[in-house]
Design a protein around this ligand. Structure first.
Ligand SMILES: Nc1ncnc2c1ncn2[C@@H]1O[C@H](COP(=O)(O)OP(=O)(O)OP(=O)(O)O)[C@@H](O)[C@H]1O
Ligand SMILES: [Mg+2]
Length: 531
């Protein structure tokens, strides 16, 4: 399925230059290899003042690498970077930011125990060594006002929502004088309403003459927010086009070489016995507030139950309860009739539970460990991989190769730290590993987040295959189209409660949306009594 031919390299930058904005950045013929792996093969990027420029491409296409080259994190093997027409070389991120090139990374780099104000001003060379707390806060508040990005300046980072942390990151970069701001998949972690707010901020920044580079896999939002789009495939440019002339189908075709439509629903062959049974569970979230309230839900063999809802309504905590990572203070959790309330995550693993968590970097992989070690995190105790407590090295490598091939992970070799893989490749890896571990129940939170269209289809296929093999699946997603395409039943979470229970065939987008926004259905059509 993977097209081995290199893509046609066309340079259509002239198409978009009709409005003749000033060119700020010109990256030309950029090559970058990691050991034997060629991540960029002559990529280019031209950025204009006052534009929002989307950078698109499948997982591993080189988007992050190209951004890292521009912001001085990597030095290109070959290639030139011009800033305002002048050739520049950056030997460090500090040099790039001093020249006005700033980046907000996929994973934030804030200091958790410090306050918002302290984080924003950390390492700003022009500030006096000692600054009164009062002045720090007033400077912060002023900057927030100026850019329309408000967060409580005295709050500590760990207390903030992801959306707020992102605002702090953006402010930090802006206050260092960024004229070109690169955001690497900024909306992957945001709720839809946070994303809308972010877009308003980006438009204001562009209107003030700054240049925004926006990396995303969500084609609809790319078209809604950007002026131009550059598409990369395997480290090379495919095209640069005005967004107004594009459609999601055309973009998908340029990225992958094939047009794609979300597959038609594939109904279950029929459900079996209950596997996961949650009875009236209530639990607190990380900040001590009750985040799951008297939730009841049953997932049967051969059935996918989709959990819809705006992120932050208790879905994450629910998935943690179903995998033993969080203990409810009331109610019971059972797998195959065995009461596992208050048992350890390891007991859930032994019961055949696989988990694709929302925060895969934080909890599903050990970034500094190799791909091999990460592959066997789940399965190392099985007879296949160890004997009398000793790992069988050969078997472990075979297992890893099989996993990497099945998950279609692109990597130089299996002994590199998994942190070297692109975000999407890590995600595919985790999804496949956990699907393999899930004999009885797969709990998946946003398993296709951050994946390109083709990889997202593959992961949905894995989830459907598990179901067809008789596994129970609890699937959390904020993409309603995805839930409607794969679920057999859909429930909605709102403020920690589980509401509604729709059979997929009867589910109506309007009713689900209504519940997601806090509405109540009184015996509404499509709803059935919770089982
Ligand atoms: N430090 C590194 N060492 C080795 N290989 C790397 C390193 N960084 C990136 N790569 C490889 O280079 C390729 C391009 O990676 P990059 O992170 O730029 O992709 P991307 O387009 O951002 O993908 P995604 O959408 O998944 O984030 C990938 O195959 C990745 O595994
Ligand atoms: Mg990336």
């Amino acid at each position: 399925m993977y097209d081995p031919q290199p893509p046609d390299v066309q340079n259509d930058q002239t198409v978009a230059c009709a409005d003749a904005r000033a060119t700020v950045v010109e990256m030309a013929d950029i090559w970058k290899a990691f050991d034997d792996f060629q991540a960029l093969s002559g990529a280019s990027l031209e950025l204009q003042a006052g534009e929002i420029h989307a950078l698109l491409g499948e997982n591993g296409a080189g988007k992050t690498t190209l951004s890292n080259v521009l912001t001085g994190i990597y030095r290109p093997d070959v290639g030139t970077i011009r800033l305002d027409g002048e050739q520049r070389r950056f030997h460090s991120p500090a040099q790039a930011i001093a020249a006005g090139l700033g980046m907000v990374h996929q994973h934030f780099r804030l200091v958790e125990p410090l306050t918002v104000a302290e984080n924003i001003h950390l390492g700003r060379p022009e500030l006096p060594r000692r600054l009164s707390r009062r002045r720090l806060i007033s400077e912060t508040a002023q900057a927030m006002e100026q850019y329309g990005l408000t967060v409580n300046p005295t709050a500590r980072i760990w207390q903030l929502s992801i959306g707020e942390q992102q605002r702090v990151e953006i402010l930090r970069v802006l206050l260092r004088g960024a004229r070109v701001l690169i955001l690497d998949e900024p909306t992957a972690v945001l709720t839809p309403s946070e994303a809308t707010e972010l877009f308003a901020v980006l438009r204001r920044l562009a209107a003030s003459g700054r240049t925004i580079v926006f990396i995303s896999h969500k084609l609809h939002e790319v078209l809604a927010v950007s002026d131009r789009v550059t598409i990369l495939r395997r480290g090379m440019n495919v095209a640069t086009r005005p967004a107004a002339k594009m459609t999601p189908e055309k973009l998908a075709k340029l990225m992958t070489g094939t047009e794609r439509v979300m597959e038609a629903p594939r109904p279950s062959k029929g459900r079996g016995k209950p596997v996961l049974e949650l009875r009236n569970v209530s639990a607190r979230g990380d900040r001590g507030l009750v985040s799951v309230r008297e939730a009841s839900c049953t997932v049967h063999e051969g059935e996918i139950v989709g959990v819809a809802g705006v992120s932050g309504n208790g879905q994450r905590e629910l998935t943690e309860i179903a995998t033993g990572l969080r203990h409810p203070f009331e109610g019971t959790v059972a797998i195959d009739g065995q009461d596992l309330t208050a048992r350890l995550p390891g007991d859930f693993v032994s019961a055949g539970v696989g988990h694709v968590p929302e925060d895969r970097i934080g909890s599903a992989i050990v970034p500094s460990a190799t791909v091999v070690d990460n592959a066997v995190l789940r399965a190392f105790r099985t007879g296949e991989l160890s004997r009398a407590g000793v790992m069988r090295r050969g078997a472990v490598r075979v297992f890893t190769d099989r996993l990497v091939t099945a998950a279609d992970v692109q990597l130089p070799d299996i002994d590199v730290p998994i942190a070297n893989l692109s975000g999407g490749n890590q995600q595919r890896f985790v999804a496949r590993r956990e699907a393999w571990a899930a004999d009885r129940l797969l709990v998946a939170a946003h398993p296709t987040r951050g994946l390109d269209v083709r990889a997202a289809d593959q992961v949905r296929e894995v989830v459907l295959d598990r179901r067809d093999a008789g596994c129970a699946v609890l699937l959390v997603s904020d993409d309603l189209d995805e839930l409607l395409a794969v679920s057999d039943r859909i429930v909605v979470m709102y403020e920690g409660r589980i509401k509604g229970d729709f059979t997929a065939a009867k589910a109506r987008r309007k009713e689900i949306g209504y519940l997601m926004g806090g509405g109540d259905l009184v015996g509404g059509a499509g709803a059935e009594a919770p089982s």
